[in-house]
Write a protein that binds this ligand. Sequence first.
Ligand SMILES: Nc1ncnc2c1ncn2[C@@H]1O[C@H](COP(=O)(O)OP(=O)(O)O)[C@@H](O)[C@H]1O
Ligand SMILES: [Mg+2]
Length: 165
Amino acid sequence: MQLRAEQIMRSPRTAQLLRSAAGHEVVYGTTGSGKTHWVKQLLADDEANGREVWVIDPIGGTSLPEWRDRAARFAKGVEEAPALLAPLAAPVQRDATLRPATLTIECANWVLDDSLCRALVEQVLSEARGRDIRVRLIVNTLNLTSFGGSLTIRTSVLGNAQAVA
Ligand SMILES: Nc1ncnc2c1ncn2[C@@H]1O[C@H](COP(=O)(O)OP(=O)(O)O)[C@@H](O)[C@H]1O
Ligand SMILES: [Mg+2]
C-alpha cells in the first residue's frame, strides 16, 4: 500500500514540529506521488498561521491555480520569477516591519536552472537570516541537478526533506 503524505504527517502540528529552526524545506517525490496535493495543505497552513504566502508556479501557474489570487505574490513563469524574488532578496530595512513570509517554489528545478533565479534564491536564503522568511522547494529528486547545481540551496533545505511517496 502506498502511504500518502498526510498519513505520514497526520496533522499540520506534526509537520510544524518537524520543521527546523530555519524552517526551509524541500518536498520531494516522483510525478503523481502527491507533492502538489501536500503542498496545497502546507500553503493553507501558512495562511492560517498568518504568514505571507509567496508562490512561484513556473509551468504557467497551472499547478497551484487557486493561489494565483490568494497568494500575496504569485509568479506564473520563470520569466516572472526574478521580479518576485528581488524584494525577498533585498537587504532588510532596519525600521521595516515585515510579516513572516514563506516562499514556495513549485517545480523548483525549472526555476533553479535559470542562473538569475538561482542567484536570487541564494540571496533570499542569505537574507532570510535577518527576518522570518522560509523557503519551500518542490522537486522530483534530491539530486544536486534539481537545485540547479547549487550546493548552498540544496544544503539549506535538506535538513527538512519531506518525502511524498
Ligand atoms: N492524499 C491524497 N489523497 C487523495 N488523492 C491524492 C492525494 N495526494 C495526491 N492525490 C491525487 O493524486 C494525483 C497526483 O497528485 P499530485 O499532488 O498532483 O502529485 P505530484 O504533484 O507529486 O505530481 C492527483 O490527482 C491528486 O489529486
Ligand atoms: Mg505536482
